[in-house]
Design a protein around this ligand. Structure first.
Ligand SMILES: [Zn+2]
Length: 231
């Protein structure tokens, strides 16, 4: 492969990821600095969105390149890789077929986890047709390597995973395919809302899965986010 072809591939991926970020934002699947996108480059390094920026308003040069340990290889000195990069890296490490990952905070998907509604159950025919059962991974604190460990039981056999009390991650052979996946499964179609309305009265209340222990972290994270240091 020539240097030019590599550059062309990277440039195309950057443009595709910027477009995906904007579409995710416009569809209400992310807000503010939420979410992150990544893609595998031909040399195996990972192109990923930066921390702290609104993913709906990125420029191609905002993206950075990291190695498989999450260390910055290339990018503007003003940009740091997503704090949730370990979630993406875990997928790439265990799924050689995966070329792109998208992590978002779709409100209805998060609501499903809050309500105790499992999308692994056959309640959404359209989602089952598009993706098969969608498991829910246990809660793991954002920005930690525990995020990868939480999805470990599901990565090999699923292309979409709900993250309890947090969001979801999907992955596939390209960003475009990935967005198609999201379009089908995560935009909160009417059946999902109906399922939530039906199931909410039975949802557990006051569930503490460790979130309360992280109150200080969340507070600090919020401050960092407002000051543009985190995703
Ligand atoms: Zn997240």
């Amino acid at each position: 492969m020539t240097i030019n072809s590599y550059a062309d591939i990277e440039a195309a991926l950057r443009a595709e990821m910027v477009l995906c970020g904007r579409l995710l934002y416009e569809r209400g699947l992310i807000v503010a600095g939420d979410g992150n996108l990544s893609a595998r480059l031909p040399d195996g390094s990972i192109l990923i969105t930066p921390a702290g920026l609104a993913k709906g308003m990125l420029n191609p040069e905002d993206l950075v390149v990291i190695d498989h340990h999450g260390q910055l290889i290339r990018g503007s000195p003003e940009r740091q890789p997503s704090s949730e990069r370990h979630l993406h890296l875990f997928v790439y490490r265990h799924r050689p077929d995966v070329m792109a990952c998208v992590h978002a905070h779709p409100p209805t998907a998060v609501g499903a986890t809050l309500a105790g509604v499992s999308l692994a159950e056959p309640i959404l025919p359209e989602a089952l047709i598009a993706l098969g059962p969608i498991p829910t991974a246990p809660y793991a604190r954002t920005g930690t390597t525990e995020m990868g460990e939480a999805i470990a039981p599901f990565v090999a056999d699923h292309d979409a995973i709900l993250l309890a009390y947090h969001g979801a991650i999907t992955y596939g052979s390209s960003c475009s395919r990935h967005f198609t996946v999201w379009s089908r499964s995560s935009i909160a179609p009417a059946p999902t809302r109906c399922a939530l309305v039906r199931w909410c009265p039975a949802s557990p209340s006051g569930t503490d899965c460790g979130i309360s222990r992280n109150t200080a972290c969340f507070s600090r994270y919020g401050t960092d986010l407002m000051e543009g240091r985190k995703t």
